[in-house]
Design a protein around this ligand. Structure first.
Ligand code: 13P
Ligand code: SF4
Length: 305
């Protein structure tokens, strides 16, 4: 059955000159069929560089929107129109403008997990892979507003020693990972290295050895020699890690850390997406140009490594 679907997807990809990008939290079969997998930063760069005419984005809406902002001449498809990110939707452009009015001198940094309209009202965009470097590159004589994830913002503030004006947004998947989850996993696997995503809460991060984006987790494990890791992020990451390191043990810090939006993408929906060119993700040109500025500034400050 799957073989049939995979053949169909291959044919449709060739027909439409399409490329499939998948985030590290996607279901295993979607990660396996993708042309590129990665974190938000890696996928943004892939989206900007690919020669394909069609991008099928297996992820959530803000990721497909980022691809549409960077590559307006391409058709960007999200296989499930309702695959959103509740964290991204925790701040609106209107709310950000109100905050900017209260801090007229502030530089605005938005996490890539945000709507296009919020990116358009920001000076810089960042991902979990580069938030710390980006904040540390900013002038020290100006306040900094950081939206919408307060846990990533707090991590960037702590690492850079800068005081950030934080928005109270959070990812429901990552805040569901508790200190007890980490303590229990450590008790069972005392030699394991604990890796956490910066969207986890501060008490959880304090119990961990490494705070890394999903792409950074893959890079870290590739260079390290440990044989067991506890992974405090969305469970899809276990497949990505295992695939790259078949002889290493990866323990999810919590089996509850499942992002229902990421799991909306299925093989059937990818076929439907390529057959009917759905669901097209577009950004109005006025917003796209402004949003692209904040993404371009992120890429300028942090040339691709
Ligand atoms: P990464 O950029 O680390 O892949 O994270 C994206 C995300 O949605 C985290 O929840
Ligand atoms: Fe959004 Fe959290 Fe899902 Fe990432 S894991 S897409 S931040 S809801």
């Amino acid at each position: 059955m799957n073989k049939k679907l995979l053949t169909k997807i291959k044919q449709l990809k060739e027909k439409h000159n399409a490329v499939i990008l998948a985030h590290n939290y996607q279901p295993a079969e979607i990660q396996d069929l993708a042309d590129f997998t990665g974190d938000s930063l890696g996928l943004s760069i892939q989206a900007a560089q690919t020669d394909a005419e069609v991008i099928v984005f297996c992820g959530v809406k803000f990721m497909a929107e980022t691809a549409a902002i960077l590559s307006p001449q391409k058709t960007v498809l999200l296989p499930d129109k309702d695959a959103g990110c509740p964290l991204a939707d925790m701040v609106t452009a209107e709310q950000l403008c109100q905050l900017k009015q209260k801090h007229p001198d502030a530089i605005v940094v938005c996490y890539v997990n945000s709507p296009a309209e919020v990116k358009a009202e920001s000076d810089y965009c960042c991902t979990s892979a580069n938030a710390v470097e980006l904040v540390s590159s900013l002038p020290t004589d100006k306040p900094i507003i950081f939206v919408p994830d307060r846990h990533l913002g707090q991590f960037a503030a702590q690492k850079t020693g800068r005081e950030l004006i934080l928005w109270p947004g959070y990812c429901h998947v990552h805040v569901a990972i508790t200190e007890d989850d980490i303590k229990n996993a450590k008790a069972k696997h005392p030699d394991a290295i604990v890796m956490a995503h910066p969207e986890c809460t501060e008490p959880v991060k304090q119990l961990c050895d490494q705070i890394l984006s999903t792409g950074q987790m893959l890079k870290f494990v590739a260079k390290a020699t440990a044989k067991c890791y506890i992974v405090a992020t969305e469970v899809g990451m276990i497949h990505a890690l295992k695939k790259q390191n078949p002889d290493v043990q990866f323990i999810p810090a919590s089996n509850r850390a499942v992002c229902p939006n990421m799991k909306r993408i299925t093989l059937d929906k990818v076929v439907g997406s390529l057959q009917s060119m759905q669901y097209k993700v577009t950004v109005p040109e006025k917003i796209r140009i402004k949003a692209k500025r904040s993404l371009d500034r992120m890429i300028e400050v942090l040339p691709t490594k």
